[in-house]
Design a protein around this ligand. Sequence first.
Ligand SMILES: [Zn+2]
Length: 357
Amino acid sequence: MKNRILLLIMALVAMHMGNAQDSNSTKVILITLDGFRWQELFTGADSLLVANKEYVHNPDMLKNTYWRDTPKERREVLLPFVWGQVSKMGQLHGNRNLDSKVNLTNTMWFSYPGYNEILTGTADDARITSNDKMNNPNTTILERYNNSPKGKGRVAAFGSWDVFPYIINEERSGIPVNAGFESATENLNEREKFLNQLQEQIPSPWGSVRLDAFTHHYALEHMKKEHPNLVYISYGETDDFAHDGDYQSYLKSAHNTDALIKELWEFTQEDEFYKDQTVFLITTDHGRGTQPLDTWRSHGSKINGAGQVWLIAFGKGVKALGEMENEQLYSNQIAPTVLQLLDIPMVKEIKGSPLKL
Ligand SMILES: [Zn+2]
């Protein structure tokens, strides 16, 4: 009898521990690809651009690599991880050909307002009106999480663009942000030392944005060492190559980012801390134009379609619904979704409502 009671108690304790772990253990990796269009995500290389000498140095090579007969084949060859694996285990929102729409609620349609909306859950067209290095008066979900007892010190952000320390308000929030051309600084491992060295030696094509491999590997090494529960990674190349009018590099960069995200996913599935506990949310800060053709390079309120974005979700608890149809989502829903996943109370300042993933 005693033994039975003991067993019962042990079973109850085990159940309780199991529950406690379940309600607390979700991790979130939030990723953005700056200004990557839904058109390429869902239909692959653009027929009007892929062989256009105006925008492509080597049309034959680019056509060989990314042009196929159907949109389905084109997107698979451009983004093999997204269309080979993510589409089977997660959700892809924003294919307007299927009437699945994701829109910004801010009306600026450029980066700072886009990131502010994604990270705070509320557009702020009154105050966020430029890409200037101004400390964000709004509170991001990274900061809200860091201010909660369970999230304190368990969040980190990495960006290719040097405005991120201001968007996240590193000064006020205390969240470590490695962005622009910043080096890794604390308890460096060998790989971080080498990354710091390479970052000095590999010139970026741009003044305020570094190449994404640096952002990616700084994030990955930090995750291996510190295991934050909430990680934000912002890749930047796609937007800058598009502004440059370089469609060849825009596509190559998108293809490369697909592989970087695959590497992150595979790391989380091999790591005890993240395995089966992690949700990936991937989106973009704005769209770009299509007509007239040259507007593919641009965005902003004057560019038709630049408010059209997309959202990808996969990982713990996310239903495998694949490509979605007939829906309307908004970018301001991402922040409250992250808070809900992390079990942080909602606040009235957040305009968007959480997504049911
Ligand atoms: Zn831009």
